[in-house]
Design a protein. Structure first.
Length: 526
């Protein structure tokens, strides 16, 4: 199958006449605020009782110690520093002001070169072909002279041949056709760009990745109306995926396609290749008003990680493990209508915060969907609003052998958990609270404790543990060991005595994750 055939096909597992999807709510924690402390070292300097001889001796000892320390530090540091400098040539910097000159400089680029395009709007009659090769220490950079001030129009802007270690940064892409990083290219980085294509009314995927070790970070993808995705990750052929794609700190905003299928923000893979590993990471991105599909991030490959993203202000959307196995969804904020749907085997759903009208759905199977099995759903905080917050759907083949452990489950809309097609589930350590109207639903009596968790909403509306929460024994000491759960939604280390829910309570810790905002993602992000 050709690339164009793959890029333009609809999701074969989701036909127009299919059963209505059940939605999930949640909230996923994104971003990490790391804080460190330096040991204090202060001398009093008040040696009022010291004699001149003592002062002189101390001064000589300090001087000798300082010289020895400096000599040791220099000895340790110098070889590594010299080696790094020798391996990173300075390169050349060129400023160009036409597409023709840009193409010429790109053709002759050498490792370490930086080619800057002057401010202005440029219409490409033909694409600039990139075949150059940088190095890890000296990538080739193609940049806007001023971030956001070089606007690129035309059918295509850049194409890639056997390129590697290329960075493209600072542009506003207004092209019409797909920007493709093919399997022949590797180690390409797209950073601090804006993608807002002048797209046709027909289906059109904007950015496609087929090459290995591609990174897309700190970009904005915005204002898409036609069918197609902002970002498609595929591979060079029908038996391989691009490996180790990294998508981080991007702002995905306003996907307004209203059709039934084919308007995802990110589609990672295709259903017929779901068993193939891609080893991709989607981390720290913000998804707002990405309403083009019921699946905002659709994962159709194995061995990937979706973590610390925020999904908010959606009328429809979800993180959906649609095809594939052994994926991890961890530390995300899913707020409002955002959902989390799980199909396939061996996934881990950990430390997520869901709060709204959506649901966490453990998928059942049919001809187009593999039932969830062997999935670990643990240490999540699930807050339901007038509906089930955790459920299976009813496609026919039962979900099986899933483990639901140490989750905080809150709901006030009647039955909170509904398992209509599920076999062999393991339930332990969950804490349920429904106030006067909420009921636990389909949880076995030995799989949960009913108790008020004494949560308190912070200034951002996130419901967090308090000191009073730990007075509930079932919260203070989670059931089982679960060695795979080593940290919480904030990035705090989980000790052997883990706390139930997405958060490990520690009032002294400065590691606190909040839902992402536009200031923390996109071209201006730190």
């Amino acid at each position: 199958m050709t690339h164009s055939q793959r890029a333009n096909r609809n999701d074969e597992g989701r036909s127009a006449g299919r059963m209505t999807r059940l939605l999930l709510t949640g909230a996923v924690a994104a971003g990490t605020l790391a804080a460190g402390t330096l040991p204090a070292a202060a001398a009093s300097g008040q040696a009022t009782a010291a004699t001149a001889k003592t002062q002189a001796t101390a001064k000589a000892q300090a001087a000798g110690k300082t010289q020895a320390t400096a000599k040791a530090q220099a000895t340790a540091k110098t070889p590594a520093t010299a080696k790094a400098r020798a391996a990173a040539p300075a390169g050349r910097t060129f400023t160009v002001s036409s597409v023709q000159d840009l193409a010429a400089k790109v053709k002759d680029a050498q490792p370490g070169d930086r080619i800057e395009l002057a401010d202005g709007t440029y219409t490409f009659g033909s694409a600039v072909k990139i075949d150059a090769k940088g190095t890890k220490e000296a990538p080739i950079t193609i940049a806007a002279a001023t971030r956001g001030k070089a606007i690129l129009k035309g059918a295509k802007t850049f194409t890639f041949g056997n390129a590697s270690y290329i960075t493209i940064t600072g542009f506003e892409f207004r092209q019409r056709d797909q920007l493709l990083i093919p399997g022949s290219a590797s180690r390409v980085r797209l950073t601090r760009n804006v993608f807002e294509f002048e797209e046709p009314t027909t289906k059109n995927n904007w950015v496609a990745v087929e090459g290995d070790d591609v990174r897309l970070d700190r970009n904005t993808f915005r204002h898409k109306k036609s069918q197609g995705v902002f970002l498609q990750v595929d591979g060079p052929d029908d038996t391989h995926y691009a490996q180790r794609t990294r998508v981080d700190q991007n702002y995905f905003y306003d996907h307004a396609f209203t059709g039934d299928n084919g308007g995802e923000a990110i589609r990672l893979g295709y259903g017929d290749k779901g068993h193939i590993r891609a080893n991709a990471v989607i981390e720290g991105n913000l998804f707002t008003k990405t309403n083009g599909d019921e699946e905002t991030v659709s994962v159709k490959a194995s061995g990937n990680t979706v973590k610390r993203n925020t999904f908010t202000d959606l009328t429809r959307g979800s993180v959906t493990l649609r095809a594939g196995n052994d994926n991890t969804v961890s530390g995300n904020f899913l707020i409002g209508a955002a959902k989390l749907q799980v199909y396939g085997a061996g996934h881990k759903v950990l430390n997520n915060y869901l709060d709204g009208t959506g649901q966490l759905v453990l998928g059942t199977g049919d001809d187009a969907h593999e039932a969830s099995s062997g999935v670990l759903v643990a240490f999540n905080t699930l807050v339901g609003r007038d509906a089930e917050v955790l459920r299976t759907n009813s496609r026919g083949v039962a979900a099986s052998d899933n483990t639901i452990a140490n989750n905080l489950i809150l709901g006030t809309g009647g039955k909170t958990v509904r398992i209509t097609q599920g076999n062999g589930f393991t339930w332990e350590g969950n804490v349920f609270w429904g106030g006067a109207t909420g009921k636990p639903g389909d949880i076995p009596a030995d799989g949960f404790v009913k108790a008020d968790p004494k949560l308190k909403a912070d200034d951002h509306g996130v419901r967090r543990l308090t000191a009073d929460s730990l007075k509930v024994a079932a919260i203070a000491r989670a059931a089982g060991s679960y060695p795979d759960v080593t940290e919480d939604i904030n990035g705090r280390t989980r000790p052997s005595d883990k706390h139930v829910g997405a958060e490990q309570y520690d009032p002294a810790s400065e590691l606190v994750q909040l839902p992402l905002t536009p200031a923390g993602v996109g071209p201006s992000a730190p």
